[in-house]
Design a protein around this ligand. Structure first.
Ligand SMILES: Nc1ncnc2c1ncn2[C@@H]1O[C@H](COP(=O)(O)OP(=O)(O)OP(=O)(O)O)[C@@H](O)[C@H]1O
Ligand SMILES: [Mg+2]
Length: 331
């Protein structure tokens, strides 16, 4: 059973008069439950491929199917739903919310999925244990080391039991020792959690420990290497998470404590960048576009309720899908 089937993918960017073929007829497939590394020189199209697999971008031509879902032709809200139901993302930067503890950060996606308070606390605790941070659950990101932050980000990515975990250079910002601890977690993940993991890495040690390696070059697949079959663990079907309908959790209450705006920005990037830049002039335009590219949702901290609602309307006018979440309820 395949997790990923991508056929003849091209992604062409136009920069001025220049045409950049980030992917140029790439075909890849991967079975469910496997752990794969994407390797290749800088500019070979690794991040572009991850964005397409994650439904953060669409190909110029070619087709992608992930767990039997055809991404071609999906509307931005369909892609947003696909990301939430199927994909977990881990990036080089951790994008944790600074005013929330490790446990609370892991709870954010659960809250968006309307999981009840008791259940999400239980799941977050379980995940924090899984990444070996049971003793650090109450710490805020600034009280954690780089490796510990990345482990919280991994726990957050797993919260809604994604079928596919995409990690783009997850150890890129970590020193060798902390990188090794994060690596070990990622390597064990698809055994313990029965998910398909695809990770981009420049670290040959990490790549050599994976079952499948895709080497890209010039936007094409140069080589696929599969390790010995004994290593491959067949996937086990996970029970569906019980999404208790706790509607009041996501509604905006009349309190003034709404400070988080969560966005599915879909394909309204340019307009979204302008609006975000107004609220967060401290972030450079580059930072914002990186955040928009890398996260399936954007969190704007410290926005009062009235302002948050105004922003929501503006983002929606620009074609984004936006949700407001009451921060105090995450506690
Ligand atoms: N938004 C964009 N606009 C224009 N060109 C782009 C864009 N995104 C990527 N590219 C170009 O596409 C090519 C592939 O980029 P990509 O980010 O996928 O490479 P990569 O393999 O992830 O590299 P690295 O190892 O440096 O992260 C590069 O030449 C890059 O400059
Ligand atoms: Mg990259």
């Amino acid at each position: 059973m395949s997790a990923i089937e991508a056929q003849d993918l091209t992604r062409v960017f136009h920069v001025g008069d220049e045409e950049v073929r980030a992917l140029d007829g790439l075909t890849v497939s991967l079975e469910r439950g496997r752990l794969a590394a994407v390797i290749g020189p800088s500019g070979s199209g690794k991040s572009t491929l991850m964005a397409l697999l994650g439904g953060l971008d669409t190909p110029s031509s070619g087709s992608i199917s992930v767990y039997d879902q055809e991404l071609n032709g999906m509307t931005p809200p369909d892609l947003a739903a696909y990301r939430r139901s199927t994909v977990g993302f881990v990036f080089q930067d951790f994008f944790l919310l600074s005013h929330l503890t490790a446990i609370e950060n892991v709870e954010v996606p659960l809250k968006l999925a309307q999981v009840s308070r008791t259940e999400r606390r239980e799941r977050a605790n379980e995940l924090i244990e899984l990444v070996g941070l049971g003793h650090r659950g109450d710490h805020r990101p600034q009280q954690l080391s780089g490796g510990e932050r990345q482990r919280v980000a991994i726990a957050r990515a797993l919260a809604n039991r994604p079928k596919l975990l995409l990690a783009d250079e997850p150890t890129g910002n970590l020193d060798e020792k902390t990188g090794a601890a994060v690596t070990e977690i990622l390597l064990n993940l698809n055994k313990d959690q029965d998910i398909t993991v695809v990770l981009v890495t420049h670290n040959p040690e990490l790549a050599n420990q994976t079952e499948v390696q895709f080497r890209l070059g010039g936007g094409k697949l140069q080589q696929k290497t599969v390790a010995s079959e004994e290593l491959i663990v067949p996937p086990v079907i996970e029970p569906e998470i019980d999404m208790a309908q706790d509607q009041e959790l996501v509604e905006i209450t009349q309190s003034t404590s709404v400070k988080v705006v969560i966005l599915e920005t879909g394909f309204c990037q340019a307009k979204a960048i302008d609006i975000i830049h107004e609220v967060r002039p401290d972030l450079g335009l580059f930072d914002i576009s990186v955040i928009l590219n890398d996260l399936p949702f954007i969190v704007l901290d410290e926005v009062e309720r009235e302002k948050a609602e105004e922003l929501k309307n503006r983002f929606e006018d620009a074609g984004c899908v936006v949700e407001l979440v009451n921060t105090s309820e995450l506690k």
